[in-house]
Design a protein around this ligand. Structure first.
Ligand code: TMP
Length: 237
């Protein structure tokens, strides 16, 4: 597999063409951003940690019937993925009140939800990813009705799988964001699943182990990312 010219550079990753027209390479950077790019910085070895964590989670999801774009992890910072036509919708799943849900409702952070909540956001940096609903998606043609049904069913299924996955490792999955895309007529989970796009709290202490540490200058950012990495990918012995 040969890495060819760059397709796209995002805030945390670079996407490259390869010599296989169906496959791309995601290169994971250490760059970090928050509040729609207003806060910028870097987290040492974040790219390596996020690539390993994402790869482990994608493999787990694939094995449990949730198709993803993951193909291989040939190096610390590279992931081979199926090329996707990205659906411009971010699917957020929530199990506990936090972040923008706490702000929007005035409810206290940490309140357990009786059942998970699924939300849609329109993927647009200039607009700051506004919240949308199914009527917006249909009206503006961002996805078909069948695709929306799939985003919902896969979203809830992935949430159920991931809640258990993290719980077994002593982590509470508070909320997270998913992105999907089309590949040869199939809708696949894309992007990454890492502490950059999830809220992860220590099950015992409630300590934050995710990008909120960077967003709100809580300190020990690298240490907590490494801890998540060890809990997911480390030698259990
Ligand atoms: P929020 O509380 O800020 O709406 O975020 C909910 C979860 O989704 C949180 O784990 C962060 C993640 N997320 C992203 O990673 N990127 C995004 O653009 C959005 C809207 C959420």
């Amino acid at each position: 597999m040969k890495r060819l010219e760059q397709m796209y550079e995002g805030k945390a990753k670079i996407l490259y063409h390869t010599d296989d027209p169906d496959l791309a390479i995601q290169y994971f950077k250490d760059d970090a951003s928050a509040f729609n790019g207003i806060k910028k910085g870097s987290i040492v070895d974040k790219g390596i940690v996020n690539n390993h964590i994402s790869s482990a989670i994608f493999k787990f999801l694939e094995a449990n019937g949730a198709p993803t774009h993951f193909v291989d992890r040939p190096s610390d910072r590279e992931m081979v993925v199926k090329k996707l036509e990205i659906i411009p919708i971010e699917v957020v799943l929530r199990n506990v009140v936090a972040g923008s849900l706490a702000k929007r409702t005035g409810l206290p952070e940490g309140q357990e939800l009786k059942q998970p909540i699924l939300e849609f956001y329109y993927k647009s940096d200039p607009l700051g990813d506004p919240m949308i609903n199914e009527y917006h998606i249909a009206e503006f043609g961002w996805a078909t009705d069948d695709e929306v049904a799939l985003l919902k069913s896969q979203g809830f299924k992935i949430n159920e799988l991931m809640v258990e996955f993290f719980k077994k490792r002593g982590i509470r999955l508070v909320d997270f964001k998913l992105e999907f895309g089309r590949h040869k007529g199939e809708v696949l989970l894309g992007d990454e699943i890492s502490p950059d796009g999830c809220r992860l709290w220590d099950w015992e202490t409630g300590e934050k182990m995710d990008k909120d540490r960077f967003r709100f200058n809580l300190g020990n950012v690298e240490e907590k990312y490494q801890e998540v990495y060890q809990l997911i990918c480390g030698d259990p012995g």
